[in-house]
Write a protein that binds this ligand. Structure first.
Ligand code: TRP
Length: 368
């Protein structure tokens, strides 16, 4: 075997091993949360680029609500500044931000327990960018797989400085509130690693505000176990492909979208995600919406074929989302309330950011 092969194999083995460790550690964290949620603080967020859909709901929203119910303190960031990393304009940003807040609350996030705030409203968080940028190299940023993927998605346009430095903002988002837990998918582990690196290097280079502990704590990943829902055409969910069902859609629009869903020519319904992705995705959706096992759902539909499957998916989805949609409609009709929720979240997040920046200034000897 050539040296370069050995090197590559080693690298793969190392990253496989580290993934296995992360998976094991996530399971351990789950047990720790069940025992005592109080040592944990979660930070996560979304870009306000459009309405949330069922992929978001079953992928991340539902698990955020579950963490909240288990008593974990959670911060949810509306990443409005991040919208301009890979596009020229911001679009109807204000509407989208309030729509996102409405989606959050309708899905069950409780603003008394979960802090929902906007990136742009926290100047002290953004000020962390300057010291943090001094702690990373340009080469390191260019190697970041998340940056590479985002840049590939940006349809061939040149990479903006903001996109290049986007892992550093995400580090600031996580570190400013001293979150120690970030729910992520596998593909986002590199950005979490970047946050850990920044926290450690800050300690090495600038030292501490209080002698016995670093200014920033190193966050850990909570790996998502959520099943990956596809679009109604069996391809990756994407608004631009018109294959998504949004939380804000009504029962009729949902029925129409599911009626057009792609299936295949085999009569009997089974759950075989590899061999029959489109059909299996519909089975999975019905299973998620009704809290059942996909194999049981497939067995129940069986020879009923795709007609019966679509009918079942439509019923289960519309039933599960009826209260959520009703609540969403109420919330959308009350912009003053949504504004108030965001204002209170901003105030809470900002108070924490002020304290953190104060410690940063002390450590950096910039107290005047
Ligand atoms: N990048 C995330 C998205 O595309 C949003 C986000 C911004 C985020 N900062 C974060 C997620 C920090 C987790 C942690 O939606």
């Amino acid at each position: 075997m050539s040296d370069s092969n050995t090197e590559r194999d080693l690298a793969e083995a190392t990253s496989e091993a580290s993934l296995r460790r992360t998976i094991a550690r996530s399971a351990e964290i789950e047990r720790e949360i069940t025992n005592d949620p109080s040592p944990f603080r979660v930070l996560t967020g979304d870009r306000p680029t459009g309405n949330l859909h069922l992929g978001h709901y079953f992928g991340t929203l539902a698990s955020r609500v579950a963490l909240q119910q288990r008593g974990v303190e959670t911060f949810i960031l509306v990443a409005d500044y991040q919208v301009i990393a890979d596009r020229d304009g911001v679009g109807p940003l204000q509407e989208r931000v309030y729509s996102l807040v409405a989606d959050y609350l309708a899905a069950g996030l409780d603003p008394e327990r979960t802090t929902i705030f906007a990136h742009s409203a926290i100047p002290e968080l953004n000020q962390l960018m300057l010291p943090f940028l001094s702690l990373v190299t340009e080469a390191e940023l260019r190697r970041n797989p998340t940056v590479k993927a985002e840049s590939a998605d940006a349809a061939g346009r040149p990479m903006s400085g903001l996109l290049l430095t986007y892992p550093v903002h995400q580090a600031a988002d996580i570190l400013f509130c001293r979150a120690n837990l970030v729910p992520v998918g596998k593909d986002q582990l590199p950005h979490l690693e970047q946050a850990r690196v920044v926290a450690r290097r800050f300690d090495e280079r600038f030292g501490r505000a209080v002698a016995d502990h670093p200014v920033f704590r190193a966050p850990e990943a909570l790996l998502s176990q959520a099943a990956n829902l596809l679009g109604t055409d069996g391809a990756k969910m994407s608004k631009s492909k018109g294959n998504v069902i949004e939380l804000s859609m009504g029962a009729d629009a949902t029925a129409a979208a599911l009626k057009k869903a792609v299936t295949d020519s085999e009569r009997t319904i089974t759950y075989e995600p590899q061999r029959r992705p489109a059909v299996s995705n519909l089975v999975l959706l019905a299973a998620l919406a009704s809290g059942r096992d996909p194999n049981d759902v497939a067995a129940e539909v069986g020879d009923g074929g795709s007609g019966a499957l679509k009918k079942l998916v439509t019923e289960t989805v519309n039933e599960h989302f009826a209260p959520i949609r009703a609540r969403r409609a109420e919330l959308s009709a009350d912009p003053g309330y949504l504004q108030e929720v965001l204002r209170r979240g901003n105030d809470r997040a900002r108070a924490i950011a002020v304290t953190t920046l104060d410690d940063v200034r002390t450590a950096m000897r910039m107290r005047y």
